[in-house]
Design a protein around this ligand. Sequence first.
Ligand SMILES: [Zn+2]
Length: 417
Amino acid sequence: MSTIYKALKVRLYPSKEQEVLINKTLGCARFIYNQMLAERIAVYENLKEDKRALYEHKYKTEKQYKEEFEFLKEVDSIAIQQSRMNLSMAYQNFFKSLSGKRKGKSGFPKFKKKKSGESYTTSMVNGNIAINFDNREVKLPKIGKVKFRDERTSFDGKIKSATISRTPTGKYFVSLLFEQEFEYAGVTIDDSLITKAIGIDMSLSNFFLDDKGNSPAYERLYRTYEKKLAKLQRRVSKKKLGSANRKKAQHKVNLLHEKIANKRKDFTQKLSTKIVKENTVIVVEHLSLKAMSQALNLGKSIMDLGFSQFINQLQYKSLWNNKVFIQADKWFASSKTCSVCGYKNKDLTLSDREWSCPNCGQNHDRDVNAAKNLKQYGLKDLGLGQPDIKPVERKTAADSLSFESASFLNEAGSPCL
Ligand SMILES: [Zn+2]
């Protein structure tokens, strides 16, 4: 038994009054964040010479803020609380990144600007959030029951929190985070799995290649829409700053971005469903710096390509369907290792699309070889496929999945459905 988190994101259709209140909450969440940040900066400026006073300083509470700014009382108090938590998280990240405890750079917290796309988060307290599939309504604190549209008629689990967002194009969504208890029925780990395993190597030109050399019918979304996007963006830059025409042009750009994101999601959803249906063991690479630098070379981010979205989908769909999902270790050299003899070709560079093994002479397609290695990696991990390796006892799929579930929890907070 284990717990996983899943997000259900649906489009909301608020009434005029509800829309006003949602916008107000978005504004208040931003306002309190900025007020508290300003307070912290001012206190620091005043007390920076006196470390002790700075350390012991009591910052204003939400209650004090509400007394000072009455309008804050009109909106969901948990959303306000969440803003404070977001700010302290931003500070923590900043300090951790300064001290090197956190990888990557987190800058000093910034003031939030008023934007057309924003969100706020509120959490479940005594049934203040609910979804009714019969009436097609989502109940939200202070906002009340809001109409939603979605194809699903049920969703398992207990609601933990809700993130209400407004897109730059003025649409409203709610992402409900559900907690689910999970039980694995178990997969019998035996040699029959060898023919039901697939190794998948992500590829910029084909989206991916599997160990048999298959690749999906990949619509290169950006290629198709790149020109159109560039044209629309040029139009925006030609319009006067702050003019109604510029806004209109920007709206068109936003709509196209939205369309691309939706197409990409549709593509990865269908593809991940198919792969999980057709295979029992699914082995993927770690989305490494290698992949990212390749993408950056082309001026695109991994997010644009939908790689992490796709791998995340493979992971949770495997969980739902009692399939074994294995992600290779970050350091696993899937491209440089010969899948026939195991020789490690240290001289292989990113531009080598094909190579011959100096040891056994086998010709390799770079990506297919990598996919073959991934498949072997997964089978080895299950104690299968390699005669020189002693089989490891594995009773259920849960054993092989447990080491992944920790990272899964972190990612599930983002709307992944
Ligand atoms: Zn070889």
